[in-house]
Design a protein around this ligand. Structure first.
Ligand code: AFP
Length: 324
């Protein structure tokens, strides 16, 4: 029995109050993400029953073993985004080269995505998710590989989906951040979290404490400040840790360390989209030295240190890292 009742559906929202003059076609891109995520959440929840867990045996451009659901999610979103008629190019964690969409593309959005974030949690029924950054093709631009290398501050929108105790899609543009919960009976998203603002209080910090031994001294001091002031919560899926902290307050930190000089997380389809959502919700995103959204990217799959969440706590961590 549908529970949507009086609630605004995602379709109604993105085709009415959400769109402003400049965003023609953006609603179709968001609905392509929504449609793809409904299929992905179904496959994720059925995977064990359908013997669809485990790896493909392939290694992706990150040097990571590709999980079967990683591949399936990548295929699903490339399909729905390409079929939207408004996406000119797609950059994906699982695909080495950009996908330049053939045929006539009106408007032309460029989408960077992590189709299934938190691969290490897929087989153990822990929350995972999908992450999307959306840029607009420059007027008259013939899209090529370099068209995807745009700073995060040029995004027109960003979205992520959490496949957890419920399936929630969070959408941000330059004026608002809202959350929609999937009504599995109706197969449609409905507004459940209007006007999301990251709370003032910050009860949580999320970091892999197992890396502490390989952090440099200033970063160790910064993490110690978090440890002494906040309660730790760490799922190991960035999208799930970020979602909790966005709704309840908190800071996520995956700094660079001796083993990962550039950090672990990917700039274009993890840090930039979530950094955009965080800033639109009153939070902040930093490398420890730079604002994430101001980084001019050089490679599609480049990594970055990431500190993300409550603005004042991010600034405090940055100041300690810089000797403050
Ligand atoms: P993927 O497995 O999809 O790459 O995601 C895992 C992840 O990039 C991010 O979701 C987590 O926050 C982080 O890595 C977990 O890393 P550790 O296992 O080193 O803590």
């Amino acid at each position: 029995m549908s529970a949507i009742g009086h609630r605004t559906t995602l379709q109604e929202y993105v085709t009415s109050e959400w769109l402003d003059q400049t965003d023609d076609g953006l609603d179709a891109v968001i609905m392509a993400i929504a449609d793809g995520s409904i299929e992905v959440q179904h496959q994720v929840r059925q995977a064990a029953l359908a013997d669809a867990l485990g790896s493909t045996g392939e290694t992706n451009v990150q040097g990571e073993i590709v999980q079967r659901l990683d591949q399936a999610s990548s295929d699903i979103f490339v399909e729905t985004l390409s079929a939207s008629g408004h996406v000119a190019a797609i950059g994906c964690e699982e695909i080495e080269k950009p996908v330049i969409v053939e045929g006539e593309v009106a408007d032309g959005y460029i989408v960077l995505m992590d189709p299934l974030d938190g691969s290490s949690n897929i087989d153990v029924a822990v929350s995972i998710g999908s992450i999307f950054g959306i840029w607009k093709r420059r007027p008259g631009e013939t899209v090529n590989d370099r068209s995807l290398l745009r700073p995060g501050n040029e995004q027109v929108a960003a979205a992520y989906v959490v496949y957890g105790s419920s399936t929630v899609l969070v959408l941000a543009n330059r004026t608002s951040v809202c959350g929609f919960t999937l009504d599995t009976a109706l197969g449609a998203y409905a507004m459940t979290h209007p006007d999301i603002r990251i709370p003032e209080e910050c009860p949580y910090y999320s970091t892999n404490e197992g890396n502490n031994k390989v952090l440099d001294e200033p970063t160790k001091r910064a993490v110690a400040v978090l440890r002494n002031k906040y309660s730790q919560r760490y799922v190991g899926s960035l999208v799930a840790d970020f979602h909790r902290n966005l709704l309840k307050g908190g800071i996520f930190a995956y700094p660079a360390d001796q083993n990962r000089k550039d950090g672990r997380l990917r700039l274009m389809y993890e840090a930039n989209p979530l950094g955009f959502v965080a800033e639109q919700a009153g939070g902040a995103a930093s490398t420890g030295y730079l604002r994430i959204l101001d980084i001019v990217p050089e490679q599609l799959h480049q990594r970055t240190p990431l500190i993300l969440g409550n603005k004042d706590v991010v600034e405090e961590m940055v100041s300690v890292i810089n000797g403050g």
